[in-house]
Design a protein around this ligand. Sequence first.
Ligand code: HXC
Length: 288
Amino acid sequence: MPLSQVEYMSDVWKDDLFANKVVFCTGGAGTICSAQVRALVHLGANACIVGRNVERTEKVAQDIATARKGAKVIGVGAVDVRKLDNLKDAVDRCVRELGGIDFVIAGAAGNFLASIEQLSVNAFKSVMDIDILGSYNTLKATLPYLTESAAKHRMDSETLKPSPAGTGGRIIFVSATIHYRGMPFQSHVSVAKAGIDALSHSVAIEYGPRGVTSNIISPGPVAQTEGMDRLLPSDAKAAYIKAQPLGRLGHVRDIADATVYLFSDTGSYVTGQVLVVDGANWRMSAGG
Ligand code: HXC
């Protein structure tokens, strides 16, 4: 069974932490993003996930809905994040059926291994469009609801008491670490992820005054993901795992827990940050 379908369990977070909250997620049928959404749903949220493949997106949505009795999870397929109108339609449906948007995860990404010589201009542009333009479009389509939710959930700036309504108005962009050091055959993805980081930092500064928080989660090598399967040949896997500082790969739950932290009260003063969840993988390969 894929790790993202494994039931999310935690003794750390309250079961109703995200009761009455709504999360909107692009790339939500992917291994990492579906695990992030599953955790939020388990902890009380309802969700709308969007993806390009209709059947897969609807099936993953149904699967995530099993995380909590009574959960509402909508899967909207045929959404290409390169098209703002596609996203606006999905956002409209989310708001109509679930009542608003409190949290956004911008996770849609495109990736393949190719040298710079092999990459056509269109191939490079396709990844820029999916990753950078797609993240921008996701932000643009959800921003009215994020700012509305942020206004409802503002912490009292005099007393610093958390809002009794909980949290809202938060966005996480899913990035990577490969652009910190460069990686062969990943120039296109490295450039795209650097752009996404810059977008998130700008959102934190520009929309902070309206209560919106924006952060990056940068997963390292996570087991059973498409990215890992493509980048790591199976005969090199055991040695690779042994060489990791923590002696293991990441689990999708590691990324899910980072998401819960950033969306909960514990993450209220954290914005404009990059949360690397990689077991020190990139520091090790960058030479410490
Ligand atoms: C070289 C390639 C290629 C390959 C596609 N192209 N695959 N070039 N090597 N393996 C070229 C095509 O020839 C074409 O250029 C251009 O890219 C666009 O291809 P299309 O198939 O027309 O585009 P599209 O259908 O939009 O597909 C986008 C895609 C595809 C990015 C190429 O791989 C995709 O949709 N991926 C989404 C799923 C995915 O990759 N998920 C993994 C995310 S993991 P020409 O010149 O011929 O027109 C992840 C982890 C990142 O992101 C972190 C890693 C550490």
